[in-house]
Design a protein around this ligand. Structure first.
Ligand code: ADP
Ligand code: TRP
Length: 329
């Protein structure tokens, strides 16, 4: 019997180099991306254009791009298996961004939660921030992506991508593949040290790498209630316990629950247990991280190879798009 051809799904996601990546990024997205290298064809990029909405300093942007690349490679991104590049090395996305802008209603962009949240927090609104989802749609559609693994906050952007693609396809024919987002139901939103969503822009993060002292300081600053040492504590609502859930197995969590229920220990003790788990979890990746940190030329080469693979696909897609809209005259 003839074997049917297996269609590999293209999995694509991006991360902004807008600061040091943290355990929220890891559990919300990076881990899933790295694991998905065995499920399909992984396309992963560092969203340098998107980061410009918040980073306005050349040296910081360059440093962030390098560090995000190093962290991804250390955590298991395999450039032999996957395509890994920096967004601005494939300039075709900017052309598609403009073309798609003409299929994006103002109302759609005005409804974007991330834009509304950022402006509500006083981040000055400019056109880059407002039109951010259109560039994200270009990133996804130019590579005919099927699956987009993201954290919960990005689901709406993927939905908007579908709306934009539908609008374009209705006008010019079936040019774009409609993507679906993939969210890990178990880890929708990792809480930060203040209990709100952990985010680079909220100053409430816990790092994966870096100095032991620094990570300890972050873990010890996790906000808890003021239940006294001699009283039993509630684990369900506790931020420390919520973070433990990311690192501990069933048995270890049971032990923690017993410790919460037994008077005599304070939150400081639980935080130290969490700290040990965090350090243990990321220790195996530290050596690889040091290696790439000390070999910036190799990192650059990996990203350039990735960009040339990605560019080929983007350029071919843009030929089709230009032809469809009348820009091949
Ligand atoms: P940040 O909010 O720290 O700037 P990004 O917006 O760059 O993070 O997000 C990068 C990826 O990590 C996205 O897929 C996002 O959904 C995910 N992510 C970010 N913060 C969290 C969190 N606290 N919990 C789960 N996923 C997260
Ligand atoms: N907006 C995403 C974030 O902040 C980053 C991103 C840019 C992205 N383009 C993308 C994610 C395309 C997935 C697909 O996390």
């Amino acid at each position: 019997m003839k074997k049917s051809r297996i269609h590999t799904l293209r999995i694509l996601s991006g991360i902004q180099p807008s600061g040091t990546i943290h355990i929220g990024n890891y559990f919300g997205m990076i881990k899933k991306m790295v694991e998905s290298q065995d499920d399909g064809e992984l396309f992963a990029f560092i969203a340098s254009y998107h980061a410009m909405t918040s980073v306005k300093d050349k040296a910081i942007l360059e440093k962030n791009i390098f560090e995000v690349a190093v962290n991804f490679l250390a955590l298991g991104m395999d450039p032999e298996k996957s395509t890994f590049w920096v967004q601005h090395d494939v300039k075709e996305v900017l052309e598609l961004y403009w073309i798609l802008s003409n299929h994006t209603s103002m109302g759609l962009l005005e409804r974007a939660h991330s834009y509304k949240d950022k402006t509500a927090r006083g981040i000055g609104a400019n056109h880059g921030l407002f039109s951010y989802p259109v560039l994200m749609a270009a990133d996804i559609l130019i590579y005919d992506s099927n699956i987009v693994p993201v954290g919960k906050d990005q689901i709406q952007h993927v939905e908007m991508t579908r709306d934009i693609a539908n609008s374009f396809n209705n006008t010019y024919g079936e040019i774009f593949t409609l993507p679906v987002s993939k969210v890990d139901e178990n880890v929708q939103s990792v809480p930060g040290t203040d209990g709100a969503k952990m985010s680079k822009s909220y100053g409430n993060t816990i790092d994966m790498f870096g100095s032991k002292k620094g990570i300890k300081k972050q873990v010890m600053s996790v906000v808890t209630d003021s239940t006294a040492l001699e009283d039993a504590k509630d684990y369900i609502s506790c931020n420390v316990y919520k973070l433990c859930q990311l690192f501990m197995d069933e048995e270890e969590l049971k032990t923690m629950q017993n410790r919460y229920a037994t008077p005599g220990e304070g939150y400081g003790h639980f935080k130290l247990a969490l700290l040990d788990k965090i350090n243990d979890h990321f220790a195996p990746y530290a050596e690889k991280r040091d290696y790439y940190m000390n070999n910036p030329k190799m990192v650059k080469e990996i990203l350039e190879n990735g960009a040339s693979k990605a560019r080929k696909i983007a350029a071919a897609k843009m030929e089709i798009v230009r032809d469809a809209v009348g820009l091949n005259y």
